[in-house]
Design a protein around this ligand. Structure first.
Ligand SMILES: Cc1cc2nc3c(=O)[nH]c(=O)nc-3n(C[C@H](O)[C@H](O)[C@H](O)COP(=O)(O)OP(=O)(O)OC[C@H]3O[C@@H](n4cnc5c(N)ncnc54)[C@H](O)[C@@H]3O)c2cc1C
Length: 199
């Protein structure tokens, strides 16, 4: 007699609240086995994670590996005409950026031949045929780095125009395609013994 009449309700409230806490924490926190008692039921941890995943979410290194695997999978698919075009222009403008100020006769012949080969072997027949006409109407000028990079910019613009694209301002070509970032001039265009003799 004389006890708190609300005591049964307080007990009931406390046990319901413990039960709710335990079940909610199982829902929102990842279970962890107790290493000392591997067969005991997993205990919730204090990490703020949802445990709806069977594995914890990837950490930074795992997620960047996943990102690269997805990109690789995408990159291993067939190229589109646009991707091939961008890659080819990148190569050509990079060659032009590295082209010597005073090229040898061999180097001048090489770029001329490279363009001729592209116009025959470029793996898009429509593009190759069109490029043949572009080269006929705009004979290659490769007497110096400046001349070659400006000529390339010009013919790229001819192709841009034919595709209804905006043209590129050629006074920005060195800013867009500057010298490659290679240590100790390792990206400079080499001069073979033969080409030195032919200067
Ligand atoms: C030789 C050749 C012939 C092609 N012919 C055809 C064709 O007949 N039909 C067809 O559908 N596609 C053709 N293509 C592909 C086409 O030119 C584009 O590469 C493709 O449509 C993707 O265009 P893009 O807008 O992403 O930029 P791209 O034209 O590929 O350019 C790549 C980047 O170069 C820079 N750039 C743009 N113009 C110039 C410029 N004048 N000088 C310097 N830098 C510049 C820009 O930063 C641009 O983002 C050809 C490609 C090549 C290499």
């Amino acid at each position: 007699m004389g006890g708190n009449p609300l005591e049964p309700f307080i007990h009931a409230y406390e046990s319901i609240s413990r039960c709710v806490q335990t079940h909610l924490s199982h829902l929102f926190l990842p279970p962890q086995a107790d290493s000392r008692h591997p067969h005991s039921p997993p205990k919730p941890t204090s990490q703020p994670l949802f445990s709806i995943f069977s594995k914890p979410p990837p950490v930074a290194n795992e997620s960047s590996a996943l990102f690269h695997r997805r990109n690789e999978a995408k990159a291993s698919g067939p190229l589109t005409k646009e991707e091939l075009g961008r890659a080819t222009w990148t190569l050509l403008h990079s060659i032009a950026a590295q082209y010597p100020d005073q090229p040898t006769r061999q180097q001048k012949r090489d770029v001329k031949e490279l363009m001729a080969i592209l116009s025959r072997l470029y793996p898009c027949k429509e593009c190759a045929d069109h490029f043949k006409d572009v080269l006929k109407a705009n004979p290659i000028q490769a007497g110096s780095q400046e001349e070659f990079s400006q000529w390339l910019c010009h013919i790229h613009n001819v192709v841009n125009r034919s595709l209804g694209k905006l043209t590129f301002s050629c006074n920005r070509v060195n800013a867009r395609w500057g010298k490659l970032d290679c240590p100790e001039s390792t990206c400079d265009v080499g001069t073979s013994d033969m080409s030195i003799q032919q200067r």
